[in-house]
Design a protein around this ligand. Structure first.
Ligand code: HSE
Length: 316
């Protein structure tokens, strides 16, 4: 009789990265939506990806191209050589949405493999595994989705070599309206439109806003936070990739949103506010504007939430 190979299940949340001035170095995890990966000890060394669901058949199934299996293989090579895992991925997040979809699959896999093999690796190692997978999927191993996805909350990544993760305070009354219009933007394409150089005044403004954002979070001052979530470098370059974006942003700000910007590489648009009812009203505005622009999609009202975690009962 073969040995029992129970499944471990892990959930990893959607993330909103950049948050205005924090391009590639700041992001937050949301509470409600994300990807799920099941992992169990493999019958042979290496990674087997035995099922992928919820992606409409669009994601690669090859071990060296799917972010879940890439993250798992990275972990095995460095922290469990000679061991094997079998994975099953269930996508809860739309692809190319700006919600950290590729990163969530990688983080869920890293957490599930860590638990299935009883590795107890530090969060930073799980982030590195997922970051490596981001590099394979999007061309750049940016950390600003996978760091909050693993750690939860709002995370600043001030350095990559070695990786540093700083958890920032989350104001109690922070609410997000998120709307994913019905068009998709590949992260690589959204990065291709970015300027290769920025001016000194733009750099100073961006740095000042990021400093203000961190200060606002420490103070729990949502008005200051709204002031800080602005971006004259990345957002203007990408706005044209999202039909209706500028109208949606204008409508949200006129309706009293604290801030409105592009989530990650887009097209998901987020608006910040301090009340659930206001967040629902902002989501309706986003829905109306994007529907009017011919790209109806799906909206969500959410809060900042915890990071990736095991969701199945303990094995022992
Ligand atoms: N910081 C990255 C970008 C996030 O904006 O390109 C991509 O999800």
């Amino acid at each position: 009789m073969g040995r029992a190979r129970p499944w471990i299940e892990a959930f990893a949340p959607a993330t909103v990265s950049n948050l205005g001035p924090g391009f590639d170095c700041l992001g937050l995890a949301v509470r409600t939506v994300g990807d799920t990966v099941r992992a169990r000890v493999g019958e042979q060394p290496g990674v087997v990806l035995s099922a992928v669901e919820g992606d409409g058949g669009k994601l690669p199934r090859e071990i060296d191209r799917n972010t879940a299996s890439v993250a798992a293989a990275w972990l095995l090579e460095r922290h469990a050589p000679g061991q094997g895992v079998e994975l099953q991925l269930t996508k809860g997040l739309p692809l190319g949405s700006g919600l950290g979809s590729s990163g969530a699959s990688a983080c869920a896999a890293a957490v599930a493999v860590d638990a299935a093999l009883a590795l107890s690796l530090p969060e930073a190692v799980l982030v590195e595994a997922a970051r490596h997978a981001e590099g394979v999927a999007c061309g750049t191993p940016h950390p600003d989705n996978v760091a909050p996805c693993v750690v939860g909350g709002i995370v600043l990544i001030p350095a990559l070599e070695p990786l540093r993760l700083i958890s920032l305070p989350v104001p109690d009354d922070l609410w997000l309206a998120l709307y994913t219009p019905g068009c998709s933007v590949a992260t690589a394409d959204a990065r291709a439109v970015l300027p290769s150089r920025v001016s000194l005044p733009q750099t100073v403004t961006q740095a000042a806003r990021l400093g203000l954002l961190v200060h606002a979070l420490h103070e729990g001052d949502l008005a200051l936070l709204g002031e800080a979530v602005a971006d004259d470098i990345v957002e203007p370059a990408r706005a044209g990739l999202i039909p209706g974006y500028l109208d949606a942003k204008t409508a949200c700000l006129e309706a009293g949103a604290l801030a409105c910007s592009i989530s990650g590489a887009g097209p998901t648009t987020f608006a910040l506010t301090d009340d659930e009812g206001r967040a629902r009203a902002l989501m309706d505005i986003l829905e109306e504007t994007y529907t009017g622009a011919g790209v109806p999609g799906r909206g969500l009202v959410d809060r900042v939430g915890p990071g990736a975690r095991v969701t199945s009962p303990p094995l022992h």
